[in-house]
Every structure is written in C-alpha cells, then in structure tokens.
Design a protein around this ligand. Structure first.
Ligand SMILES: [Mg+2]
Ligand SMILES: [Zn+2]
Length: 210
C-alpha cells in the first residue's frame, strides 16, 4: 500500500487526556515522538487534524496549535477553530479539513490514514473520505469502543491500536510507503535500512473493530 499522508488527532492521541489543553500546557505522551519517527521513516506526510472550538472563544490561537504540531515534527496542521454550534464544514466528523488538505497537497485521501481516539469524530471523518481508520485506545479510545460505540456503529476501524506508536508500527508492517522517494539516505546511510523501502507491500490484516 502506498500511503501518502497520515493525519494525527491531537488530544487523546498525541497527548493530553482528550479534553481541551492549551498548547502551552500540552504534554505529549512518551511514545509520541517515537511514533512520528516511525512515520518519518515511511516517508509519508504527517499532518495534525484537530477540532479546537475554544479558539473561537479566544482561549487559544490557531497559530499556537500549528506551531505545536510543527514542534512535534508534523508537516502541517489542519485545525477547526469553530464553535460546536457553528455548523462549519470542517469540524470532525465532517471531512472539510481532510478535503482541504487533499487540495493543498494533491492527496488521494483513499491513500491516507487518520489516527485518532474518537470514533464519532476521527473515524467518521476518515470513513467519509475513504481513508484508513486507526483508532487508538488512549484518550477516549476505549470509551469509543464501548460506551460510545453506538455513535459510529456503521463504521469499523481498520485497526485498533494500543497507542499512536502501535498505529505507526501497524502502518509500517502494512508496507505503507510513499509513492516515490523524497528523502535520500544521509551520510549515515540509516535510511537504507527501511523495511519495504520503495516497493509495494501487503495491506495489513483488518483485524479489529468487530
Ligand atoms: Mg482526540
Ligand atoms: Zn470548523
């Protein structure tokens, strides 16, 4: 599978507890940086994908989140800043942010993955555009699979991961690589060791979500 980009939810996926957390207070999980390293090796684009309605209340700035995702190693951030009742096209589960990213970066969203902890937003948004759906069990993930499963009952995640690092490893095992090399091996040659580098690989088993 030639994956083009991975979209990462923030709260409950990269850190925090699933609730609002201002970027100045946000603490990534210990496994978040290693997960982004794995995705880097896969040579896919990495984007943040987050609903932050408190921006509309003036409690944070969109730029704060963009800078935070950049610090984490993302190539960009797609942030819905609108209020819950704004009826905007970009608040997950609506797919507006994904569609915008696809236009800007010329992406085939069926060759992209969304990793998030909330079925009713992250997985539904991914489903609407045909992206791979990976639910993490951090944040609201376990609740999404139990108490809130009815909110997204028609959608099955392609993989249920322990956390975002497990999700990244699953994509690696699935042979997810970018269509063409964009990164050359450095002097260390470290990238020569990439598993499945440059070639198509098997799509991972769809083992969860039943
Ligand atoms: Mg979340
Ligand atoms: Zn919005």
């Amino acid at each position: 599978m030639h994956l083009q980009a991975v979209f990462l939810d923030r709260d409950g996926t990269l850190g925090g507890d699933g609730h609002f957390c201002h970027p100045k207070d946000f603490v990534p999980y210990p496994w978040t940086a290693p997960a982004i390293e794995v995705l880097r090796i896969l040579r896919v684009k990495i984007f943040g994908l987050t609903n932050q309605p408190r921006i509309s209340a003036g409690e944070a700035a969109e730029q704060d989140f963009a800078e935070e995702f950049a610090r984490l190693g993302c190539d960009g951030a797609y942030v819905c800043p609108h209020a819950l009742d704004a009826d905007c096209a970009c608040r997950k589960p609506r797919p507006g942010l994904l569609v915008r990213a696809a236009q800007v970066h010329d992406l085939d969203l069926t060759r992209c993955a969304v990793i998030g902890d909330v079925g009713a937003t992250d997985m539904l948004a991914a489903s609407q555009v045909g992206a791979l759906k990976i639910l993490v069990k951090t944040g609201w993930g376990v609740g999404s699979l139990t108490d809130y499963r009815h909110c997204w009952v028609d959608v099955r995640p392609d993989y249920v991961a322990q956390d975002v690092l497990d999700a990244a490893h699953w994509l690696r095992r699935a042979g997810a690589t970018a269509p063409a090399p964009r990164v050359r091996p450095g002097p260390s040659g470290a990238l020569r060791a990439i598993e499945g580098d440059g070639g198509p690989g098997p799509v991972g088993e769809r083992i969860c979500g039943s």
